[in-house]
Design a protein around this ligand. Structure first.
Ligand code: ZN
Length: 285
């Protein structure tokens, strides 16, 4: 197991070098091209006031991979505060869709170079994507900041992840499911994985879907054959094993539940929350 992790690490280091051109602009926490509007505000919260004589900042280079605008890569410290802050507020599930509403919560370890608003918005979009776990009217996801929730999605420093994922030994290099938490390793959120190359946007979708998949009761699946799309429950961070990368539970969006005849809504069971203490012990699908 260590061998494979070490291999991923070595490859990951290579990917970091490849991404340097973009990273030079990306490491700064303000660099968040998904939310440009938020960057125009001053530290005091008001509109940014540029001195008349200040030169215009050159436009940041944006990396496009697979036709997608990539988020900036961000280096993450090994350790942060060790304390989570709950993302405030709520995010409603999509309207006009069927499916049992699943309440969840987002938390971000304080001291990481990520905005909790941006992370929470990304998680909510991914969970409610038509290709996601709610596909075909099975589930809808509602983010909240209080009360009972089915699971938590927790952006976590490598140091805290290495402790929280025990007894799974991640060496602080992997994400995991543990108890009520999808523990998303911030190093992976910031830098991705060699298996996804420069496509950090897709890797982020993968890691959320994979770890939440454990929370919904799904165990690991192998690559079904060379050239086939990898199941989202394959451990794609470690290796694609001949498969093609695939971040989604469903490769194509299912017919919208409000438009379909409902025949897809009786799909497989995805409801039971795993009570296992490690991903390896999650119930196989
Ligand atoms: Zn897993």
């Amino acid at each position: 197991m260590f061998g494979s992790i070490a291999a991923v690490l070595a490859a990951g280091a290579g990917a970091a070098v490849i991404g340097v051109v973009v990273h030079g602009h990306a490491a700064h926490p303000r660099a968040a091209p998904e939310r440009p509007a938020r960057q125009t505000r001053s530290a005091a919260g008001g509109p940014a006031a540029r001195p008349p004589s200040a030169p215009r900042r050159p436009p940041r280079r944006v990396l496009i991979v697979g036709g997608r605008r990539q988020p900036p890569r961000a280096r993450v410290p090994w350790a942060a505060s060790g304390r989570y802050a709950v993302a405030r507020g709520t995010a409603r599930p999509p309207r006009g869709r069927r499916g049992t509403v699943v309440r969840y919560l987002v938390e971000v370890e304080q001291g990481l170079p990520f905005s909790w608003r941006d992370f929470a918005a990304a998680v909510h979009r991914i969970l409610n994507d038509p290709r996601g776990w709610g596909s075909g009217g099975r589930l809808r996801f509602e983010r909240t900041d209080h009360g009972q929730v089915r699971f938590r999605v927790s952006l976590t420093s490598p140091a805290l992840a290495s402790r929280r994922c025990l007894p799974l030994d991640t060496g602080g290099r992997l994400s995991c499911w543990h108890g009520p938490r999808a523990i998303i390793n911030a190093m992976r959120w910031g830098m991705g994985a060699a298996s996804y190359g420069k496509d950090l946007a897709s890797y982020r979708e993968y890691v959320i879907n994979h770890e939440v998949g454990h929370g919904l009761g799904h165990g690991h699946l192998p690559c079904p054959g060379p050239g086939r799309p990898a199941p989202v429950m394959a451990q794609q961070t470690k290796t694609l094993d001949g498969c093609r990368r695939n971040p989604w539970p469903q490769r194509r969006a299912a017919p919208r539940a409000d438009q379909s005849t409902g025949q897809r809504s009786a799909g497989r069971r995805v409801g039971a929350q795993s009570r296992s203490a490690s991903p390896a012990a999650s119930r196989p699908r």
